[in-house]
Design a protein around this ligand. Structure first.
Ligand code: MN
Length: 343
């Protein structure tokens, strides 16, 4: 008899505003991992409603009956003076919750993904890397050093030149974190420099783990959205696409990463088409959203119509890489399995 593979532990975090992102990230992970591979999800809940939680449960069970879902309620009071993620009524400290993972999750090792990601890659590869020599593994930002984000570093501190990572996708060695007593250091750092955490928890992580982070292949976190070659969006299978700006469910934009996300949402997550849900129904009062939706609907209609209409569309779209990507995606809107990693 075949033995069931042991579960992979993955942490994700969201508040109610980020639930659409959470659903897409979780389902994209399961969708690109073999169905016999169980995943234990640890969800940092910074204010998810019961209704959204049940929806997440239903989707997880549908795509991976062997996987489990654990709800964690982080106490964020330590971070109350730190810069928040958004302003006004949407202000949130939820991003700091992942600094508490080593205390909340009793595992030795954990994968972490931001919920503005489409994980179109088999996470078993990431899990198989292990992380025994490092406390974390992540993708470095090219050309960026620690000095950019840690304003408290002295001007002659040699650590200023250390590389800087994006914390959207990480392998975390929780056992090493606990052995080093890093949680106490986080508390001290936040008390001393809390107001200067410009990039939120990522600032803390980069400073804390500056000598203990291993490098991951860039395919695990493609965050340079604007600079990414067109080919990435034409064939994203095997990549983790990180939408760092303009979250598709909050700001409806005609951007390549946004379109990719909407396609995935439509196909595997939502019952109401994303163009309606996030473009028209949710934020009708925002004219720029409304305009983007009208445009995208009109363009997809033109593409579906005969050749004369398509020629009209080609006239409309210029030949910039961004528009080529868009035409590509609009054309295969209904194609099957474009976002599954080829096995
Ligand atoms: Mn992110």
């Amino acid at each position: 008899m075949n033995q069931m593979p042991s579960p992979i532990s993955i942490a994700l975090g969201a508040d109610e505003r980020y639930v659409p992102g959470l659903l897409v990230t979780a389902i994209s992970i399961l969708f690109n991992t073999a169905p016999e591979q169980p995943v234990d999800f640890f969800i940092l809940d910074a204010g998810i409603t019961g209704k959204s939680w049940r929806r997440l449960q239903r989707l997880i069970t549908r795509y991976s009956p062997l996987s489990t879902l654990m709800r964690l309620k982080p106490d964020l009071s330590l971070f109350r003076d730190c810069p928040s993620l958004a302003r006004g009524t949407n202000s949130s400290l939820s991003c700091y919750a992942r600094l508490l993972l080593p205390e909340l999750v009793q595992r030795d090792r954990l994968l972490y993904f931001d919920v503005d990601m489409l994980v179109l890659k088999d996470v078993r590869e990431l899990w198989a890397l292990g992380c025994s020599h490092h406390t974390a593994m992540a993708v470095y930002e090219p050309g960026v050093t620690l000095a950019r984000d840690c304003s408290w570093l002295a001007s002659d501190d040699p650590d200023r030149q250390l590389p800087y990572f994006n914390s959207g996708a990480m392998v975390l060695n929780l056992a090493a974190w606990r052995a080093h007593g890093h949680t106490a250091t986080v508390t001290r750092l936040v008390r001393e420099h809390g107001k200067r955490m410009v990039t939120h928890d990522q600032t803390v992580l980069n400073y804390l783990l500056r000598h203990e982070t291993g490098q991951l292949d860039v395919s695990w976190n493609c965050f340079c959205v604007g600079d990414m070659p067109a080919a990435v969006y034409m064939n994203p299978a095997g990549l983790v696409v990180h939408i760092t700006h303009s979250k598709p469910w909050l700001t409806f934009k005609n951007l390549p990463g946004c379109l990719l996300w909407l396609m995935f949402y439509n196909r595997y997550v939502g019952t109401i088409p994303a163009t309606l849900r996030f473009g028209l129904l949710w934020r009708t009062w925002k004219w720029s959203n409304f305009r983007s939706v009208l445009r995208i609907l009109l363009e997809s209609c033109l593409l579906k119509a005969g050749p004369p209409a398509r020629r009209l569309l080609q006239f409309w779209l210029d030949h910039s890489p961004e528009h080529q990507i868009k035409a590509h995606w609009l054309r295969i809107w209904r194609a099957k399995d474009v976002m599954r990693q080829p096995s």
